[in-house]
Design a protein around this ligand. Structure first.
Ligand code: AMP
Length: 396
């Protein structure tokens, strides 16, 4: 069975109270100003569509930060309510809490149309997927819309348990649709050649995705700190570069697999320094001297990686090629970003740091899809499903 999305023929929102779950977990600065509104902006097509369809009330739910089950003022959704009101040019009421007794009164008034429930994670029951909590939230709506892709890998009350109360009355929103359609181009029959670029810091976090992808890809580029355990496993010296023994043994297993033996591309030169704050120096071989740490891929490696990518028709990228936050070590990541952007291929970038790197390179609009959910997108690629999505398809 496929998910029914809000534009499904059977969906009817006219005159209905529509409960919608988004992921408004946006970054704030110390003055509680939102520094990146992408996640809220991504929710606007769904909100506008529902309003156009004559919804009586929109009751919006989200979590925000990690308040650990109690009210913490800095995790209030107030900045989100303010931004939403501006963007929609409409009143947005933020409730005292998600279980505030005044909500029922609000639901029976003709205005405001949009009610934002205060941070769901102020209640420990949200993350515990508590049935009573899910039921209490469910009472606010006649219909449920799930559009929190970034949280769809979590079995929480508002992303999972609540779906049980909306049999045949729950729909996916437009963001969920966009994310799943893009990820399916990677997970189901990707157009070949398919090249994965895996970087970032921790092999153990990404080991599952590497082992799952290695059989499907035509080539796998491994850069960033991900590369050192692989280089060490192949007998190279890696100096003081980031690397744990556990990661080396995981890397060895992958390198020894039939696909691992032929598909993995590793750096052949590096930019190194004495430490994380040190000055960049060029290391012309794959072997890093004992007193240095690798912090970016070198020029020859960029050429090899670009050559591997040039004919690709599908590209998945997760994790930067070096310590890209420092300009001296950003060249590898930025060069690959420009190359990916210029190719005539379907490109999907996922994971917080990779998205930041793409934004830094200024080529975001030339990437086919930038996933809003790092953890959710990785899990979908690893397992081909997510609890929140499966519940929408088949029930809880
Ligand atoms: P991840 O969350 O696993 O994608 O890791 C991203 C982080 O890895 C970024 O903050 C990068 O600066 C860091 N990183 C990438 N390559 C290196 C490297 N060679 N040495 C140290 N940190 C790195």
């Amino acid at each position: 069975m496929d998910i029914k999305y809000i534009d499904d023929m059977t969906a009817n929102f006219a005159g209905k109270k529509v409960l919608v779950r988004f992921d408004f977990n946006v970054p704030l600065d110390e003055n509680l100003q939102i520094t990146d509104t992408t996640r809220i902006d991504n929710s606007l097509p769904t909100i506008k569509y529902l309003l156009e369809k004559g919804t009586d009330k929109l009751i919006i739910m989200s979590h925000f930060g990690r308040p650990k089950g109690e009210r913490v003022d800095k995790y209030s959704l107030e900045p989100v309510a303010k931004y939403l009101a501006e963007k929609l040019d409409s009143e947005v009421i933020l409730t005292e809490s998600a279980l505030d007794s005044g909500i029922n009164t609000l639901l029976n008034l003709s205005t405001p149309k949009i009610i934002l429930l205060e941070n769901l994670r102020f209640h420990p029951e949200e993350e515990a997927n508590d049935a009573e909590f899910a039921k209490a939230l469910a009472k606010y709506g006649d219909v449920l819309v799930e559009d929190a892709f970034g949280t769809a890998h979590r079995k929480h009350a508002s992303t999972y348990g609540i779906i049980e109360y909306f049999r045949n009355k729950s729909f996916g929103g437009f963001l969920l649709k966009k994310e799943i359609e893009a990820l399916d181009k990677i997970v189901k029959n990707p157009v070949k050649p398919f090249v994965a670029i895996i970087g970032g810091a921790k092999v153990s976090d990404k080991i599952k995705i590497i082992s799952r992808l290695i059989t499907n890809v035509d080539a796998m580029i491994i850069g960033g700190a991900m590369a050192y355990p692989f280089l060490k496993a192949k007998g190279h010296t890696i100096g003081k570069s980031l690397c744990s023994d556990e990661d080396v043994s995981l890397a060895k297993q992958i390198l020894n697999s039939p696909s691992g033996k032929v598909k993995i591309k590793l750096p052949v030169d590096h930019l190194v320094a004495d430490n994380l704050k040190g000055k960049a120096q060029y290391c012309e071989t794959a072997d890093i001297p004992p007193d240095k740490m690798g912090l970016d891929i070198g020029e020859k490696t960029i050429q090899i990686f670009e050559n591997t990518l040039k004919d690709a028709k599908t590209i998945l990228w997760n994790g930067p090629m070096g310590l890209f936050e420092k300009p001296a070590f950003a060249k590898g990541t930025l060069s690959i970003a420009h190359m990916v952007a210029d190719l005539d291929a379907f490109s999907l970038v996922g994971g917080g740091d990779s998205v930041a790197a793409i934004k830094k390179s200024g080529v975001s609009d030339k990437i086919s899809h930038i996933s809003t959910g790092g953890g959710a997108s990785l899990k979908y690629i690893e397992e081909g499903k997510l609890p929140g999505i499966n519940a929408l398809k088949f029930g809880v």
